[in-house]
Design a protein around this ligand. Structure first.
Ligand SMILES: Nc1ncnc2c1ncn2[C@@H]1O[C@H](COP(=O)(O)OP(=O)(O)OP(=O)(O)O)[C@@H](O)[C@H]1O
Length: 577
């Protein structure tokens, strides 16, 4: 073993590896470059470049030996259970570009000479038990693009110097004792007054004694008035919250506007008043849809492009499938689906039942589906690059995590696939067809035909039992990630011919150390570290054992970190970490 290999063993000895994930970190191994979570610099000297061990349930401490890895560029140990302090020696890793220690139990302060890490792009120490002042040397990190110190116990004034001046409150939230310009919270003197007050400068020039007692009086009046106003605001805020909560509960379904078309047995339901047209105009447009307007057809029916008189476009799905229950139950279920709103879900605007057919009305997504973009795209220039692909994955993960973790009861999509990821004019991902897989199955059918979804994306246990869970969605999402990396459909003939699906194919190539062969040839990967992390995530999502797959919230966290660490134009748009 080289010096770096021995250093890794020292680091391992300080970690509490409960799940034995570091079992292949062995003394007798000649090269440490293939150990779990390790990547080396190209060349013969086997210098460690990346340590990627997030979500590994590692305990123990981060050994000071880490400082000996002078070629280290990325240290990702987020979402483990590490404790102790962040060793000062870490700042000897002068090549470090990304440091992720989020979601551990690190105590103490940030090493004061962290400013020595002059290449640092990303510093994420959020969700730890860190305390003390934020060192001003962070201001010297001129390359720093992402700073996340949220949810710790930092205190004192945030230094307003260098790069530290450029970060907003989103980098510091969840530290109740911090103050400073960045978080719009003035720091206070021991008397409890803001250090900087309006007109403070002119007061300096005044006659000291007399002026200061008048000044104190004014301050007192100010303070009492501010406290009074704050009290009134808090009370009225609480009151409106109470009222609006009650109203929201009562109005849950009243926002759904139901209209019965005069003279015909037609029914129109619009959700959240989202379709600002008369029922006659909508019904007239629906009745006039013809072959020219067809966008495509899928398992539930045909999709049309519908243009209103004001030129706004909608996508309309004419439902072919029958529904076993009554119209009332079907419509009630749809009302629930219509009430779900999220930027990464295709917005359902309304439902219309005419004697001839039933229609679902959606927002029209101009740039088509991921399936079109990846597989039907003949113009090389329009093929998404690596950072676009990460952004697409992130958007889809946000939508799916919302369905799994924010909706109550949670919604299992059952049919995650590339043709159900649609793009708006900004190439933002929107998941379509949510809820339909469950709503439009034939309840009477035999269990094997109850399986909705599309071959290639389906989790093995879902195929066997017909029972869809969040974890079967996670599997489909993992396949989607592999599709984004490889640029191949999950049923691509090149591996199906050899009896493999995309998961088996990627696993085989990785086992043979052919990382490069996995990647879509049309896409230049800027950062091999990110590629490895995404592949590892995809393989965890497609684990044969559903319990070993991560939740969508975990997937989302990990993708956010990767998107932020991928240098591209969409840093700014992704600020909600
Ligand atoms: N809201 C929308 N905006 C623009 N195009 C859409 C919209 N919804 C669907 N489409 C397009 O209509 C076509 C058919 O979509 P549909 O969802 O019915 O089929 P699918 O996704 O191929 O299969 P499945 O029914 O299994 O989901 C696809 O080409 C899709 O891109």
């Amino acid at each position: 073993l080289t010096l770096d290999g021995l250093t890794l063993l020292e680091i391992k000895s300080a970690l509490n590896d409960t799940k034995n994930v570091l079992s292949n970190w062995q003394e007798f191994d000649e090269t440490h470059c293939r150990w779990t979570g390790i990547s080396c610099h190209p060349g013969d000297d086997q210098r460690v470049r990346l340590i990627n061990l997030p979500y590994m349930q590692l305990g123990g401490i981060l050994s000071p030996s880490i400082g000996k890895l002078s070629g280290l560029q990325r240290l990702a140990l987020h979402q483990n259970s590490l404790h102790g302090t962040i060793p000062n020696e870490l700042t000897n890793c002068s090549d470090l570009r990304a440091l992720y220690l989020r979601g551990n139990f690190f105590e103490g302060g940030i090493p004061s000479n962290i400013g020595n890490l002059s290449y640092l792009n990303i510093l994420d120490l959020s969700s730890n038990l860190l305390k003390g002042a934020i060192p001003s040397s962070i201001g010297r990190l001129s390359q720093l693009q992402i700073l996340n110190l949220t949810t710790n116990f930092f205190s004192g004034e945030i230094p307003d110097i260098g790069v530290l001046s450029t970060f907003s409150k989103y980098s510091f939230e969840g530290n109740s004792d911090l103050c400073g310009r960045q978080i719009e919270k003035p720091c206070r003197t021991s008397l409890g007054f803001p250090v900087v007050l309006p007109h403070a400068e002119s007061d300096q020039a005044a006659v000291p004694a007399k002026r200061s007692s008048r000044y104190m009086k004014v301050l007192l009046i100010y303070a009492i008035a501010i406290m009074g106003i704050a009290l009134v605001m808090v009370l009225s805020f609480l009151w409106t919250r109470l009222i609006s909560k009650k109203e929201r509960a009562a109005k849950r379904y009243t926002e759904v506007k139901k209209q019965v078309h005069p003279g015909a047995s037609a029914k129109l339901i619009t959700f959240h008043g989202d379709l600002p047209y008369t029922s006659s105009e909508i019904i007239e447009k629906l009745e006039s849809l013809d072959e020219e307007n067809i966008l495509g057809s899928g398992g539930y029916g045909t999709v049309y492009r519908m243009e209103m008189n004001d030129r706004r476009l909608f996508a309309v799905k004419r439902i072919d499938r029958s529904y076993a229950g009554s119209d009332q139950v079907f419509e009630r279920e749809l009302e629930i689906l219509g009430s779900i709103k999220h930027t990464n879900l295709v917005n359902m605007r309304g439902y219309c039942r005419l004697p001839s057919s039933r229609f679902l009305i959606y927002d029209y997504l101009v740039l088509g589906s991921l399936d079109d973009v990846l597989h039907e795209n003949t113009q090389e220039i329009l093929v998404p690059n690596w950072s676009d692909r990460l952004k697409i994955a992130l958007g889809a993960a946000r939508g799916l995590a919302y369905l799994h973790h924010e909706c109550s009861p949670e919604i299992v999509h059952r049919n995650i696939k590339s043709s159900n990821i649609l793009f708006d004019e900004c190439m933002e991902s929107h998941i379509s067809d949510l809820g339909l897989a469950k709503l439009l199955v034939d309840e009477e059918a035999h269990v094997t035909t109850v399986v909705a979804g599309t071959f290639g994306y389906l989790a093995p246990e879902y195929l066997q039992s017909g029972r869809a869970t969040e974890k079967s969605d996670v599997y489909s999402f993992g396949v989607l990630l592999l599709e984004l990396v490889t640029g191949k459909r999950p049923t691509d003939p090149s591996f199906v011919r050899r009896g493999l699906n995309v998961v088996g194919w990627v696993n085989t190539l990785l086992r043979d150390n052919k990382l490069k062969d996995v990647v879509d040839k049309r896409c230049r990967i800027a950062d091999e570290g990110t590629l490895e992390v995404i592949l590892e995530l995809a393989l965890r999502c497609t684990d044969g054992n559903a319990d070993d797959r991560p939740s969508m919230n975990e997937v989302l966290q990990l993708l956010k970190q990767e998107v932020m660490s991928c240098p591209s134009e969409f840093y700014e748009s992704d600020s909600d970490y």
